[in-house]
Every structure is written in structure tokens, then in C-alpha cells.
Design a protein around this ligand. Structure first.
Ligand code: FES
Length: 130
């Protein structure tokens, strides 16, 4: 006679492993920090983050890149790397960008989100945090 708990057996045999997760829902997921600080401290909102986010969203749509299996553009709060702001981060790679204007956003969209090539010149320096 077995003393094995059938519930434990069931649970352990159905636990997901990393191999069970399937393909990523989005190929690239980009988050823009849109945080605004009212106390006058530096924040991405004071450096054109909303305009960059809007521009990115419309470019991705215009190029037919948005949707499942492709690209998703999302707002985020403070990503805690304010010193490099304005900031965006692309997953699954975890590539951090510090951009200046809409032409930088165009380059991120064309190179990274469309063609999978990181834009080295726009990468946030690794030491920059809050
Ligand atoms: S305010 Fe944008 S990263 Fe902190």
C-alpha cells in the first residue's frame, strides 16, 4: 500500500516548468517612464516623455508592428533610473534607453522594435540609477 499523498503527486506533476511557457505574447514590449514629480525634482515627464511615448505608439501602429506576437508600447511610472531620463526599457532583452527627441524614438522603433537591433548609442549608461 502506498503512503503517497495523491494531491502532492498531482501538484508536482502539473507544475509548469520554463519549457511550458510557450512563445512570448509580445516580441518586444517597451515601457516609457511618464512619471511626474510635483516638487520640482527631475523626472521624465519634464523631459518630453509623454510626447515620446505618443510618437512611439503612433509609429509602431503606422508600421503595422502593434499587437500580439509583435510590439506593445506601454506607460510606466518611475523606473528608478531618473538620472538617465527620459527613460524607456525594452523587454524581453531588458535594454534601457535614454532618448532626446522623436528622431531617437524613430531609430528605436526601426532598429530595435522592427529589426531586433539594439541602438547602442542610445543605451542608458549602466551606472545611472536614480
Ligand atoms: S522619473 Fe523616470 S525613471 Fe524616475
Amino acid at each position: 500500500m502506498s503512503h503517497q499523498n495523491p494531491l502532492q503527486t498531482e501538484a508536482s506533476s502539473s507544475s509548469p516548468s520554463s519549457a511550458d511557457t510557450g512563445p512570448a505574447y509580445y516580441k518586444h514590449h517597451i515601457f516609457f517612464c511618464l512619471n511626474e514629480r510635483k516638487n520640482g525634482e527631475a523626472c521624465c515627464a519634464l523631459q518630453g516623455a509623454q510626447a515620446a511615448f505618443d510618437h512611439c505608439k503612433s509609429r509602431v501602429k503606422e508600421l503595422g508592428l502593434s499587437g500580439p506576437g509583435q510590439v506593445r508600447v506601454n506607460k510606466a511610472g518611475c523606473l528608478d533610473r531618473c538620472a538617465g531620463g527620459p527613460i524607456a526599457v525594452v523587454y524581453p532583452e531588458g535594454t534601457w534607453y535614454s532618448f532626446v527627441d522623436t528622431s531617437d524614438i524613430d531609430e528605436i522603433v526601426e532598429s530595435h522594435l522592427k529589426n531586433g537591433q539594439v541602438v547602442e548609442r542610445l543605451r542608458t549608461p549602466p551606472h545611472l540609477g536614480r
